[in-house]
Design a protein around this ligand. Structure first.
Ligand SMILES: Cc1cc2nc3c(=O)[nH]c(=O)nc-3n(C[C@H](O)[C@H](O)[C@H](O)COP(=O)(O)OP(=O)(O)OC[C@H]3O[C@@H](n4cnc5c(N)ncnc54)[C@H](O)[C@@H]3O)c2cc1C
Length: 418
């Protein structure tokens, strides 16, 4: 229990990118003194076991919201420089564009036993009006040679290596956790069951169930950061955060592919798929699909599809249901426009939940909740990897300085929507 007024018992809830960057920047704040301040990070299942380990990893100065994007984009570059992010988490500057293409009938058959995918798909909305306004018609870059030439209809540049970069989200998030631990953060695998705010002067303690022993523990807290992604509302019910499932795959291409992130718009032929393919009937009425494809270092391609609301948010990241038919759709769509991806080896099929803010103001929500010592850092939608470091830095300022100093973020104040 805190005994003198300077001592802080800081508890970060959630080991996704937001919790891990918060823990990292708390240990880098000039006021942090490990002999006086205790920081505990509580993660229910596994560090980066949710969206933070399964996202694409695109970083962009043209992302949103504009009040934290430049700060976070800059911090990504600084972190990569300071900790050799290029080799540790695949940080690199890249080109980004939008490609319209005509899908070819699928020649390679996947021998997967899965049912046809069902239900409506929902866009992840990475590009807002401003980003779309930056799109300029251009010829296909010379090194973007991993799309079948007969498929390509048009290419528009969205970002270049001055404005666009990438990281491997799982490697980045786990590296942040490790760097925070090296400076004194105690990482515990345990699920937070309650936050005691009965102390009139603010938060008092946090109770969690230890993952290994399944026993309940209560630890003292002067400051609590709730950063449980789509699970935030289950930890702190007033937070208007929900989750949307999205699928993705990784592929080892048959030949190395150049460093581009591509937003596609693929028109599928009416007879897409083989006659005996069980998915044919579903596809026949879905003519245009929009998977995002990111080339990564070490000869890996990442591709994700649209989201869906078919399966409610499960209890933990470990209980997330992967619909193999949805993964197969993504594989077939990207195969229809690229030989390198069609003839490559699929290495991962996965799903995760995107944290959305159920409020007109959009997200994320970063800052005080109205309960003294209780901060929120959640609802980062489809730009949480880009905006993770900026959020972590701002949280460290709220905790040690009592206010945000590195950016003006009044519009992201959780008290406006709770
Ligand atoms: C398909 C897809 C592609 C994406 N691509 C990009 C991209 O290219 N660029 C980009 O910037 N963003 C991208 N995003 C968005 C990004 O992944 C998210 O915004 C970000 O990962 C959210 O991080 P988080 O830490 O808030 O949540 P999460 O990663 O979900 O982490 C929350 C953590 O809290 C833990 N938790 C939950 N309940 C408890 C509890 N009771 N006690 C303790 N711990 C708990 C969970 O186990 C989990 O580990 C993408 C998202 C998806 C779905």
């Amino acid at each position: 229990m805190a005994s003198d007024s300077d001592q802080k018992d800081i508890v970060v809830v959630g080991g996704g990118i937001i919790g891990c960057t918060s823990a990292y920047f708390l240990t880098r704040h000039p006021a942090y003194d490990p002999s006086k301040h205790k920081i505990t990070l509580l993660e229910a299942s596994k560090i980066a076991g949710g969206a933070s380990g399964k996202a694409g990893g695109l970083l962009a100065l043209w992302a949103y919201p504009s009040n934290i994007v430049p700060l976070s984009y800059r911090l990504h570059a600084q972190l990569a420089k300071e900790h050799d992010g290029e080799s540790k988490w695949g940080y690199r500057r890249i080109h980004c564009g939008q490609l319209a293409a005509k899908g070819r009938p699928n020649e390679k058959k996947e021998m997967l036993e899965c049912k046809p995918s069902i239900g409506e798909s929902v866009s992840l909305n990475k590009r807002d009006g401003k980003a779309l306004g930056k799109v300029t018609a251009a010829a296909l870059p010379k090194d973007l040679n991993w799309f079948a030439p007969e498929s390509v209809r048009s290419y528009y540049e969205m970002g270049d290596p001055d404005t666009t970069a990438q990281v491997h989200p799982y490697q980045f998030t786990t590296a942040m956790a490790e760097l925070a631990a090296q400076k004194g953060v105690n990482i515990i695998l345990g699920s937070v069951t309650s936050i005691d705010t009965s102390n009139r002067s603010g938060v008092k303690s946090v109770t969690y169930k230890d993952k290994a022993s399944q026993t309940s523990h209560t630890i003292a807290a002067t400051d609590v950061v709730v950063s449980a992604g789509p699970w935030t509302q289950r930890v702190y019910p007033p937070a208007p955060i929900s989750g949307m499932r999205a699928h993705s795959v990784t592929i080892t291409p048959s030949k190395p592919i150049s460093a581009h992130a591509i937003f596609t718009e693929i028109s599928l032929p009416p007879d897409f798929g083989n006659k005996d393919t069980f998915l044919k009937s579903k596809r026949a009425h879905q003519k245009t699909v929009t998977p995002e494809i990111y080339a990564r270092p070490n000869n890996e391609a990442y591709a994700c599809g649209e989201g869906d609301h078919l399966v409610p948010l499960p209890k933990t990241t470990e209980d997330v249901e992967t619909d193999l038919a949805r993964c197969q759709d993504i594989i077939d769509y990207v195969s229809s426009v690229s030989d390198e991806l069609r003839d490559g080896e699929v290495t991962v099929r996965q799903a995760c939940y995107l944290p959305n803010v159920e409020a007109v103001s959009g997200g994320p929500l970063i800052g005080p909740t109205g309960v003294r010592g209780l901060l929120l850092a959640a609802g980062h939608t489809c730009w949480g990897i880009q905006n993770g470091p900026g959020t972590g830095k701002l949280i460290s300022e709220f905790v040690f300085d009592g206010k945000a100093k590195s950016a003006t973020i009044g519009s992201l104040d959780p008290r406006k929507v709770m």
